[in-house]
Design a protein around this ligand. Structure first.
Ligand code: AMP
Ligand code: ZN
Length: 115
């Protein structure tokens, strides 16, 4: 837990954020500024700033994040039509919140290359 980290506060239940999923290691909630009809963030409770900070021992956690994204995509009825999973990393990667999170985006046609 980092005291000045927004996502640490959210994952600890200190904000009024409604979770679409929660277990002992992860939460998922709707992005406050959605970029698609479905835009959900899958966020570990552990404070890991970026992908660059991942340790070998975080491998299972990251796998779980993807498994939960898959499950939520099915619940949101976008699994069959397709969706996008995104980790932004650092300034040039467009990361604004320095607490690891996986974006689940769907419900519209995605473009490539991403902007
Ligand atoms: P990133 O640019 O990858 O760091 O993504 C951070 C995301 O967090 C952005 O899409 C924001 O819209 C989202 N966000 C910021 N504050 C909140 C909040 N309080 N609740 C939900 N999503 C948020
Ligand atoms: Zn944090």
């Amino acid at each position: 837990m980092s005291d000045d980290c927004l996502f640490c506060k959210i994952t600890a239940g200190k904000m009024d954020t409604e979770f679409v999923y929660e277990d002992s290691d992860l939460v998922a909630f709707k992005d406050i500024n959605p970029m698609a009809p479905v835009h959900i963030l899958i966020v570990p409770k552990k404070h890991i700033p970026t992908i660059n900070d991942l340790k070998k021992t975080d491998t299972v956690l990251v796998g779980e994040m993807i498994q939960i994204a898959k499950r939520i995509a099915k619940e949101q009825n976008i699994a069959d039509e397709g969706y996008r999973l995104v980790f932004n990393c650092g300034k040039m990667g467009g990361q604004e919140v320095d607490h690891l999170h996986l974006h689940l985006l769907g419900g519209r046609q995605m473009k490539w290359p991403a902007g």
